[in-house]
Design a protein around this ligand. Structure first.
Ligand code: RIB
Length: 305
């Protein structure tokens, strides 16, 4: 039977703009590329990816009472996500992310939080009425909401998964209880620990630093084209990446963590789940957009071979 994952997180519309490079201060640059308004948000990307990977997903989020909010809720319903715990906030606009995408596939993102900034502890606590088997969250919502998710998951005795994006050095990590998997990317690792995980020694140092701040079972560092690094408090492992053409890295990390969570709940095997997540994340970088780049389960299994 499919596991039920409660995803507590943000929903955005992404304003995606391709650019040859990031302009200097005072410079006006003609993009010469394309733009689109597409669905995104770290929570929404994770919810849609977990569903695509075979989980039953309950999504706790907020959108504004506007056309973007309507569009996002319609999409979640269309994908078979339980939307009962998504609130339509009448005072805030739907979140918006400006995604500047360079030719290399690298992005820079600025987020206007809007309704996401109102997702609170009681929103998250209410969503536990849907009896999830696990909880997955990110840091694109308020700390009290993330901490409530951790606390309630611990109380209910269900595993709690964290995608550490976007990282905030001020986040009170010590308030998170019993994290099953804590997964930051390279930048987030550096913000949270002061250590750039640019070689194996630094991956280990950063993982130990994280474990000294939070009660974590598995640290899984997302290293982009270097794959991912797993640390369980004793042993470590570097899992090789898949070699794919890079179009757009947006949401690859969100897809990775959602796939890791779903496969880990299915198998209870962190190594094979990390390989599975590497494949899902790799497929996500081959397509433009956030939600639009989420692969199917069949595509992931085919890549793994
Ligand atoms: O991780 C990618 C996401 O970050 C984008 O979809 C954007 O909405 C921002 O939240």
């Amino acid at each position: 039977m499919a596991k039920r994952i409660l995803v507590a997180g943000s929903s955005n519309i992404d304003f995606l703009l391709t650019t040859p490079y990031i302009p200097a201060p005072g410079e006006t640059l003609i993009s010469g590329g394309k733009y689109a308004f597409t669905p995104g948000g770290k929570g929404a990307n994770a919810a849609i990816a977990a569903k695509a990977m075979g989980a039953d997903v309950i999504f706790c989020s907020r959108v504004g009472d506007d056309a973007y909010g309507d569009r996002l809720i319609a999409l979640f319903n269309e994908r078979g996500i339980d939307t009962r715990y998504i609130k339509v906030d009448r005072l805030e606009q739907t979140g918006l992310a400006v995604v500047m995408l360079e030719k290399s596939g690298t992005n820079r993102i600025i987020v206007f939080s809007g309704a996401n900034s109102k997702i609170c502890d009681t929103d998250v606590e209410a969503a536990f009425s849907a009896y999830p088997d696990a909880v997955l969250t990110q840091f694109e919502i308020r700390p009290d909401a993330v901490i409530a998710a951790a606390r309630t998951a611990a109380y209910e005795g269900i595993p709690f998964f964290v995608d550490a994006g976007p990282a905030d050095a001020e986040f009170p990590l010590a308030k998170l209880e019993q994290v099953e998997v804590f997964s930051p990317n390279e930048t987030e690792t550096e913000i949270l620990t002061g250590i750039r995980p640019n070689n194996l020694e630094n991956c280990l140092r950063a993982s130990i630093a994280l474990c000294n701040k939070v009660d974590i079972k598995y640290v899984v560092l997302k290293l982009g084209e270097r794959g991912c690094y797993i640390y369980d408090g004793k042993y470590c492992d570097l899992i090789s990446p898949y070699d794919v053409p890079v179009v757009d890295t947006t949401a690859a990390g969100d897809v990775f963590t959602a796939a890791l969570t779903t496969e880990y709940l299915r198998t209870n095997d962190i190594i094979s789940s990390a390989k599975f997540a590497n494949a899902a994340g790799a497929l996500a970088v081959t397509k433009l957009g956030a939600v639009n780049s989420v692969p199917t389960l069949e595509e992931v299994r085919k890549l793994i071979g």
